[in-house]
Design a protein around this ligand. Structure first.
Ligand SMILES: *[C@@H]1O[C@H](CO)[C@@H](O)[C@H](O)[C@H]1NC(C)=O
Ligand SMILES: *[C@@H]1O[C@H](CO)[C@@H](O)[C@H](O)[C@H]1NC(C)=O
Ligand SMILES: *[C@@H]1O[C@H](CO)[C@@H](O)[C@H](O)[C@H]1NC(C)=O
Ligand SMILES: *[C@@H]1O[C@H](CO)[C@@H](O)[C@H](O)[C@H]1NC(C)=O
Ligand SMILES: *[C@@H]1O[C@H](CO)[C@@H](O)[C@H](O)[C@H]1NC(C)=O
Length: 262
């Protein structure tokens, strides 16, 4: 009885192990794929998806979709060599504005207001220093809709007529698309003629830390060749581990079988 069990275990184990041990030894180390790959076409970023997965930017995205400005932005991202930079106010930035400030705007004014939140050109965070020497900078909304940028030791502010928010984080910054989070809506005098009434914000966080640049923002995206996965590195070692643990199992079982037989 015990003998039968021992044989059964051994048989099962050898069946289980054989496909692994039968494997030919791992192929000789492949040369790292350093052969110059043809420079990959920049990946087309779906701005709708990007804004719905990050944020909360629901209000801004909803306005972009309602006015079709999203098409203008996506088209610029898809087809221009220049790329695009978008300053995206958070939902709480919109919630802070007293309702009449935006709800009384015509559709054209709303479109201009949204386009005012973008440059028809890609700027990484490190580009803003230079850009701030060119103030006032025209936006996607056209020549008279300008922003003043300031870069104080990496603390970047985007100045509109009625607000001067700091770039809080780099949501996405890989050529051709840059998306930066801001905590106030950008308001041009040409559209919002009077200073906006703000609802008292519930204890806003201090506006001190520089934009978190943990995203690969300063790299311009092009030529960034970070390995996409570590699979090639692992595949050489893991089969060994499996074989080894299989062998240990097998030896343990064999030893057990011997003990049982004795
Ligand atoms: C982006 O994704 C949304 C939803 O997944 C889709 O409806 C839309 O057509 C996409 N847009 C582009 C430009 O690919
Ligand atoms: C942008 O490119 C995507 C993918 O190629 C395409 O599905 C989409 O229709 C394009 N959108 C615009 C506005 O060019
Ligand atoms: C909408 O209201 C704001 C003040 O709340 C004002 O500054 C702006 O001029 C108004 N716009 C229109 C089109 O009436
Ligand atoms: C800075 O801006 C000027 C335009 O005023 C441009 O000619 C120059 O190439 C820019 N420098 C850098 C490093 O981007
Ligand atoms: C930008 O700065 C100039 C000069 O200080 C000023 O006249 C203009 O009103 C500012 N524009 C904005 C949008 O802040």
């Amino acid at each position: 009885m015990a003998l039968n069990t021992a044989f059964a275990i051994t048989a099962i184990l050898s069946i289980w192990i054989s496909p692994i041990t039968a494997q030919s030894p791992p192929p000789p180390f492949l040369p790292p794929s350093s052969s110059p790959a043809p420079s990959p076409a920049p990946h087309v970023v779906n701005l709708t998806n990007l804004l719905s997965l990050t944020g909360p930017f629901i209000t801004f995205l909803d306005l972009l979709l309602r006015t079709d400005v999203i098409q203008t932005f996506q088209n610029q991202a898809n087809n221009s060599k220049q790329g695009i930079t978008i300053f995206v106010p958070t939902d709480s930035a919109f919630a802070e504005l007293e309702k009449p400030s935006l709800s009384n705007l015509t559709k054209d004014q709303l479109r201009s207001l949204l386009l005012y939140h973008a440059f028809p050109k890609f700027y990484s965070l490190s580009d803003f220093k230079n850009l701030s020497s060119q103030n006032p900078v025209s936006t996607f909304a056209g020549g008279q809709y300008t922003l003043n940028l300031t870069d104080t030791s990496g603390l970047i502010r985007v100045g509109s007529d009625w607000s001067n928010p700091q770039i809080r984080s780099s949501v996405f910054s890989t050529y051709p698309v840059a998306v930066y989070e801001i905590k106030s809506v950008l308001l041009p005098k040409a559209i919002v003629t009077t200073p906006p009434a703000l609802t008292p914000a519930p204890a806003p966080a201090p506006d001190l830390s520089p934009a978190s640049d943990s995203a690969p923002a300063s790299q311009k995206g092009r030529g960034e060749e970070a390995p996409k996965s570590s699979e090639t590195g692992n595949s050489n070692s893991s089969p060994h581990k499996i074989v080894l643990s299989g062998l240990i199992c097998f030896l343990t079982a064999a030893w057990g079988a011997v003990v049982l037989m004795v």
